[in-house]
Design a protein around this ligand. Structure first.
Ligand SMILES: Nc1ncnc2c1ncn2[C@@H]1O[C@H](COP(=O)(O)OP(=O)(O)OP(=O)(O)O)[C@@H](O)[C@H]1O
Ligand SMILES: [Mg+2]
Length: 261
């Protein structure tokens, strides 16, 4: 479903993503881990078509993802809309990802309106139920919700167009630890129920292993190795960098600092 082929992305001459390849099959959940600044979000943004490759390419369902960043050129708009039906992204911080002056209702109605989809009422109620939110929250503003509820709204918005691919950039790291597991379980349940293809970025190896069957380890823009869920649980790694990352994740004293890089 997703094929990242020898992808390189440079900022001011420096490679944030350096010749990285990765494929994600339909219905598969794959993680991207590594310390801060290793290029994880840049890789995900390239898959989302938010940043253009300097070399290599990304295929989505066998078609190249073309960055439709700049301007509102008609062709870009069409490409962006078609892609939105197929693939959606959830970001780290729901408080900035949701419009502060729009109600939940409006936040969920907007993608439907943009794509000319009717049945707004049942779809919004269905989307709220799918993410375990009470319909009574429908007319609240984001600041009237908890962090976990806000992230559920962001997930509902991402899924309301029924995409087949979900890109997650640290979807639980802005949340309280007690809420993290709830949101992760929700994502895992939705993924299974809908057969979603997931590419998920995360600092926390345990969080990534919860959702993903394997994870690509990145270091300074480069792909170091791929770990299976079992490798992560067993602390098994080949590359010295990955071993250090795993050791840090298993040591509660340093897991915070390692996670931050
Ligand atoms: N728009 C941009 N312009 C210039 N440099 C950028 C831009 N986006 C990212 N970078 C740089 O690219 C590198 C990789 O950044 P990226 O955000 O992909 O890292 P990350 O692995 O997601 O880190 P974190 O875990 O902190 O989110 C960093 O050195 C960053 O400063
Ligand atoms: Mg990031």
């Amino acid at each position: 479903m997703i094929a990242i082929q020898s992808l390189t992305i440079r900022f001011s001459g420096l490679a944030a993503v350096d010749d990285v390849s990765l494929t994600v099959g339909e219905g598969e959940a794959v993680g991207v881990v590594g310390e801060s600044g290793s290029g994880k979000s840049t890789l995900l943004r390239a898959v989302a078509g938010l940043v253009a490759p300097d070399a290599g390419r990304v295929l989505l369902n066998d078609r190249p993802v073309v960055a439709t960043d700049g301007g509102g050129a008609a062709r870009g708009l069409v490409a962006r809309r078609a892609r939105a039906r197929l693939m959606q992204m959830v970001f780290q911080d729901p408080s900035t990802a949701l419009h502060p002056r729009h109600t939940v209702d409006r936040i969920l109605a907007e993608p439907l309106a943009i794509h000319g989809i009717g049945d707004t009422e049942p779809r919004i109620l269905g989307a709220l139920a799918d993410v375990g939110l009470d319909a009574a929250l429908r007319f609240r503003f984001p600041h009237q919700l908890s962090g976990g509820q806000r992230q559920r709204v962001a997930i509902a918005r991402a899924l309301i167009l029924e995409p087949r691919v979900l890109l997650l950039d640290e979807p639980t790291s802005a949340l309280d630890v007690s809420v993290q597991a709830e949101v992760l379980n929700l994502l895992d349940g939705l993924r299974t129920a809908r057969g979603l293809t997931v590419l998920m970025v995360g600092h926390d190896l345990a969080v990534v292993a919860h959702l993903c069957s394997r994870a690509l380890v990145m270091h300074r823009g480069q792909a170091v190795e791929t770990l299976t869920r079992d490798d992560i649980h067993a602390g098994r790694a080949t590359a010295p960098y990955t071993r250090a990352l795993l050791a840090a994740a298993r040591d509660p004293r340093v897991s915070g600092s390692a996670a931050k890089g």
